[in-house]
Design a protein around this ligand. Structure first.
Ligand code: FMN
Length: 189
């Protein structure tokens, strides 16, 4: 198998779920956000928006609003999360990027996924850990959540397709070795 810096970076990336308090420097955050904007998008529409939050109390408030939406759910597991004081959907990462898009095109979520992977890989190349955070996808239209994310800068017509937690992985938590599933590839010649 061939290898190079890009391929090694792809293989080294892991989801990080425990972070130190150290903030991501602004230049690094801007570099990661720029990588997002270079992702492919259907018909090159680029209707996406990236709302980056680096404010600890605003992130905590967002988590509370998401828990408020979970409390209204019929799903017992989500109700439990709403009651759990320790639950933090973004794992206390110091930075969270909300990735949103106009829901008018059926591929809007795919555009966002391409941008999110670009951010993961750019972060990895800068020594910054990341994780996909999905909880705003199902709660962004809850009135309490919507009011808050609108104030943060998420366009009102947008749906949230994912969020990216960014920060430095807690060195006390060892990174799990990644095993990839066999037999998921077919080559036809
Ligand atoms: C669409 C999508 C949604 C995900 N949502 C979450 C999430 O809400 N919280 C979380 O901790 N990880 C989430 N993940 C991360 C996956 O659990 C993770 O990528 C998978 O376990 C493989 O591990 P790796 O990223 O370390 O290779 C999500 C990943 C994808 C692609």
């Amino acid at each position: 198998m061939k290898t190079n810096e890009v391929l090694e970076n792809i293989k080294a990336r892991r989801s990080v779920r425990a972070y130190t308090e150290q903030q991501v420097p602004e230049e690094d955050l801007r570099t990661i956000l720029e990588a997002a904007t270079y992702a492919p998008s259907g018909m090159h529409l680029e209707t996406w928006h990236f709302t980056a939050i680096q404010n600890v109390s605003k992130l905590a408030e967002l988590n509370e609003r998401i828990k408020g939406a979970f409390a209204k759910s019929d799903d017992v597991r989500l109700q439990e999360r709403a009651r759990n004081k320790a639950y933090c959907c973004y794992y206390h990462a110091p930075t969270l990027v909300i990735v949103s898009n106009e829901p008018t095109q059926w591929w809007a979520g795919m555009d966002c996924a391409c941008a999110i992977e670009n951010m993961f890989l750019a972060a990895q190349s800068l020594g910054i850990g990341s994780c996909w955070i999905n909880q705003l996808g199902t709660t962004c239209d809850d009135p309490g959540v919507r009011e808050f994310i609108t104030a943060l800068g998420v366009p009102v017509s947008h749906k949230v397709y994912g969020c990216v937690a960014l920060g430095y992985g807690d060195p006390k938590i060892p990174m799990k070795e990644k095993k990839v599933k066999a037999d998921t590839v077919t080559i036809v010649k």
